[in-house]
Design a protein around this ligand. Structure first.
Ligand code: B16
Ligand code: MG
Length: 216
């Protein structure tokens, strides 16, 4: 039986992907990269900030040093944080709050396992933090998904054996990471049918039977 559920953040509990896109687009425009599109933004789903920067730079033809790349990623993050200042509960995805409340009522622990270093700010701004027991995010990790590190740290904090953890993810890299950690997975989001998760649903609201997913 599942004792802890570990949620990815962006694309699962909240929809901040549009803000990420706008911040990267602003940086791309400043660098004279006009080819960066929403389609490229899909490749940034669930991947780290530095890997996301590479997606943007691959659309231009200039080489940057490591130092310059760090400065560019910082610049984008400042734009993103500025945008995060004005978010509220309206960015919470359908069914997320209800699902977190339902898990609480069932006595199941709730964790977050996200690549984002801005996780604490997003959880505070949306008010979701009151439903979360433990957070593992980009501030805790040295490796990004598909490495299982972020979920392994979440399970440690939740004090739950891996086989009793369920990971909820919207990215293929996240599902690979969950499997590598020996955890069950639920794939959601626009690509849920292609993620190869143990269970799948378009959104958290669309999960048919939580008893099956939670192995009750
Ligand atoms: P930050 P998740 C991921 O969040 C985003 O999907 C991805 O687009 C972003 O690059 C990554 O966080 C890092 O975010 O720049 O805020 O540290 O899906 O893992 O919750
Ligand atoms: Mg995600």
């Amino acid at each position: 039986m599942i004792k802890s559920v570990i949620f990815d953040l962006d694309g699962v509990l909240v929809s901040t992907d549009e803000l990420h896109y706008n911040a990267w687009k602003k940086l791309a425009d400043e660098l004279g990269i006009t080819e960066f599109t929403k389609e490229d933004n899909e490749k940034q789903r669930g991947v780290s900030r530095m890997e996301s920067l590479e997606v943007v730079l691959s659309k231009g033809n200039k080489e940057y040093s490591e130092e310059e790349k760090i400065a560019l990623a910082d610049r984008k993050n400042n734009y993103y944080i500025e945008m995060l200042e004005s978010i509220d509960e309206s960015v919470i995805l359908g069914g997320a709050t209800e699902t977190l409340k339902m898990l609480r009522e069932r006595g199941i622990k709730v964790g977050v396992g996200s690549a984002s270093k801005n996780t604490p700010m997003i959880l505070a701004k949306t008010g979701l933090e009151k439903y979360i027991d433990k957070v593992s995010c980009g501030l805790d990790t040295t490796k990004s998904k598909p490495d299982p590190e972020v979920f392994v740290i979440a399970a440690q904090k939740l004090e739950t054996p891996h086989e009793e953890c369920l990971v909820v993810e919207d990215s293929a890299a996240g599902i690979v990471a969950a499997k590598a950690a020996g955890m069950k997975s639920l794939g959601v989001g626009p690509y849920y049918e292609t993620l190869k998760a143990d269970y799948e649903a378009r959104t958290l609201k669309a999960v048919d039977d939580w008893n099956i997913v939670l192995d009750v």
